[in-house]
Design a protein around this ligand. Structure first.
Ligand SMILES: [Zn+2]
Ligand SMILES: [Zn+2]
Length: 496
C-alpha cells in the first residue's frame, strides 16, 4: 500500500508529461536543423524540473530529524516518493526496519545510489544564522543527511525518467541506508548480501565545498567495555571490594602507553560512560565507551586486537569481569580511479552555484559564529576542487560507505551545501541544511550523480574499467569488519 505523503504533488503523472514534453521539444528542435540535445543536457533539465519537489522532501526530513534506526517517517517519505515515481520498494532489509531498496528496470548493469536520512542528537536548530534550537536538546540534521537522502532521490527519479524515455537497459537502485551516525547500518546490509549483484555504487555527502571523494575516510571500530566488580564500603571494607572503575582507568592508561606505538593518524578516543555512584562505595560497575580509527582497515584490525588485550589485562589486574558489547565498525573507503575521473569531469560540467544576496548575508552571519581568524571565501559554492589523491595524514572522519567500497566499485561526491568553513556535526551545518543554500547544493550533487550514472548505463567499458580498478586497488587486501557475525543491528544503540 502506498504510504501517505505530506505533499499533494504526485511525481508520476506530471513528470511523465514533462519528459514527453522535453522529448518533443528535442525532436522538433532537431527538425529545425539545430544540434541534437545531448544526453547530459536532457538529464540536467529533468533534474532541474524535479528539484523543487525534492527540496521540499529534504525540508520535511529536516523537520522530522529522526535518530539512527528510528528514521521511520523519513524512510516512509522517501519510500513513498520512489514508489510514486515507479520504483519497486523492498522495505526492511538486514533486520533494519528503516532500511529499504528501491529498484527500477532489470538486467545489467546494476547502478546503485546511496541515501542516508538519520539526524544527530542535540543538534536541533532553526534555519537561522545564530544558535536557536527548534527544541533544546532534540536531534537535528547537523550532518545534512536530509539533503543526502533527498539529493540521491532526486538523482534516482530523474534518471528513471530518462531511462524510460530512451529505453535504456539495466537496473537502477536507491538504497535507503539507516543509522550512518554510529550505527554502521550499511555494514549489516553488506553482510546480508544486499549489494552482491551491484556493479557500481554512487554516493555523496553535504560539505562546504564541491569535490570528488576518491577513497579516504578513516576505518573505525567502536565498543563499550563494561567491567563488573564488587561493591563494598570504601573505607571500612575495601578489601572486600573489586573496583570496576580501577579497571576502566587501567585500561585508559594502557591505551595511553600504546598511543606512542601506533601508526600515524591513528585516533583513539574514549569517555568513561559509567564510573560508579558514590566515592565511599567501591564501584561495582564502570564502563569505557571507545572509538579507534586508522586510515587502513588492516592496521585498525591489529590496533583493535591490542586494545582488547589491554582491556583483558585490566580485568586480570583488578579481579573484575569484562564484558565487551555494542561493537560498531566502518571500513575506510577504497578509491576507484576510472570512476573518479568520470565523476570529476561530470562535477565540472555541472558546476557550482553563486549565493544570492540573501544567502550571502545568511552565510556571512554564520561565518561570524565560527570563531576562526581567516575565513574562507563564500565563492567556494561556485568552485570545483581539483581531483586529489587521498592523503592518509589529513584529518578525516569515518563512514559505513567504506564497507560497501570494499565490496563494490564506489565513487562519491561532496557538494557545497554549507557556508565555507562550516564543520559537520554543528548547529551551523544543521541550520544551513534546512534552507536554500543546502537545498541548492543538493541539486549540484544530484546532477553529478545522475550524469555519472547515465555514463555507466551507456558505456559498458566504463563499468568494466571500474571493476578492473576495483580488483587492482584490493590486490593483497581482504575485507574486515569488527562486528561479530552473530551481532544484529543495534536498533537502540543510542540508549543502551
Ligand atoms: Zn556525520
Ligand atoms: Zn554524514
Amino acid at each position: 500500500m502506498q504510504k501517505s505523503s505530506p505533499f499533494s504533488l504526485s511525481l508520476h503523472p506530471w513528470s511523465r508529461l514533462l519528459v514527453l514534453g522535453a522529448a518533443m521539444v528535442a525532436v522538433s528542435a532537431g527538425a529545425a536543423a539545430q544540434p541534437p540535445v545531448s544526453t547530459h543536457a536532457q538529464l540536467l533539465t529533468l533534474v532541474d524540473k524535479n528539484a523543487a519537489h525534492w527540496q521540499q522532501v529534504s525540508k520535511q526530513i529536516w523537520d522530522y530529524a529522526e535518530l539512527g534506526y528510528h528514521e521511520t517517517k523519513s524512510s516512509d517519505l522517501l519510500q513513498g516518493q520512489l514508489k510514486a515515481a515507479g520504483f519497486r520498494v523492498q522495505a526492511g532489509v538486514a533486520d533494519e526496519p528503516t532500511a529499504f531498496i528501491a529498484s527500477y528496470g532489470e538486467g545489467k548493469p546494476v547502478v546503485a545510489i546511496l541515501g542516508e536520512f538519520d539526524a544527530l542528537p542535540g543538534l536541533s536548530q532553526q534555519a537561522v544564522p545564530d544558535r536557536d534550537p527548534v527544541k533544546a536538546g532534540a536531534p537535528g540534521h547537523g550532518c545534512g543527511h536530509n539533503l543526502l537522502g533527498s539529493g540521491a532521490g532526486l538523482a534516482a527519479v530523474s534518471l528513471k525518467q530518462y531511462i524510460v524515455e530512451h529505453h535504456i537497459a539495466g537496473t537502477l537502485r536507491y538504497y535507503g541506508t539507516p543509522a550512518e551516525e554510529g550505527g554502521s547500518g550499511k555494514v549489516y546490509m553488506v553482510r546480508e548480501g544486499a549489494f552482491k549483484d551491484v556493479d557500481v555504487v554512487l554516493h555523496w555527502h553535504p560539505a562546504d565545498r564541491n569535490s570528488v571523494a576518491n577513497g579516504g575516510a578513516l576505518a573505525v571500530v567502536s565498543a563499550k567495555f563494561t567491567y563488573h566488580g564488587v561493591a563494598a564500603h570504601a573505607a571500612m571494607a575495601p578489601d572486600r571490594g573489586r573496583s570496576a572503575l580501577d579497571a576502566v582507568m587501567l585500561m585508559g592508561n594502557g591505551i595511553e602507553f600504546m598511543r606512542e606505538h601506533v601508526p600515524s593518524n591513528t585516533r583513539i578516543h574514549y569517555i568513561i560512560s559509567k564510573g560508579g555512584v558514590a566515592p565511599n562505595i567501591v564501584p561495582d560497575l564502570a564502563q569505557m565507551d571507545l572509538m579507534a580509527r586508522s586510515p587502513s582497515n588492516a592496521t585498525l584490525k591489529d590496533i583493535w586486537a591490542w586494545i582488547q588485550n589491554i582491556a583483558k589485562g585490566a580485568e586480570l589486574m583488578t579481579g573484575t569481569k569484562l564484558e565487551v558489547k555494542d561493537i560498531g565498525s566502518d571500513a575506510n573507503i577504497i578509491a576507484n580511479d576510472p570512476l573518479a575521473a568520470v565523476a570529476q569531469k561530470n562535477l565540472e560540467e555541472v558546476g557550482g552555484f553563486t549565493l544570492d544576496p540573501d544567502q550571502k548575508k545568511f552565510a556571512e552571519e554564520l561565518q561570524k559564529t565560527f570563531g576562526i581568524d581567516s575565513l574562507p571565501s563564500l565563492d567556494r559554492t561556485n568552485e570545483i576542487e581539483p581531483l586529489r589523491k587521498f592523503d592518509p595524514n589529513q584529518p578525516a572522519a569515518s563512514t559505513d560507505v567504506g564497507d560497501i567500497s570494499w565490496n563494490v566499485p564506489t565513487i562519491g561526491f561532496s557538494a557545497a551545501t554549507w557556508a565555507a568553513g562550516t564543520a559537520a556535526h554543528t548547529w551551523q551545518a544543521a541550520a544551513t541544511s534546512g534552507m536554500s543554500i543546502g537545498q541548492q547544493g543538493m541539486v549540484v550533487a544530484a546532477k553529478a550523480i545522475a550524469l555519472t550514472a547515465i555514463d555507466l548505463f551507456t558505456d559498458p567499458a566504463l563499468v568494466q574499467a571500474a571493476k578492473d580498478d576495483f580488483k587492482k586497488q584490493l590486490a593483497g587486501k581482504s575485507y574486515y569488519t569488527a562486528i561479530p557475525p552473530e551481532q544484529k543491528p543495534l536498533i537502540n544503540y543510542r540508549n543502551d
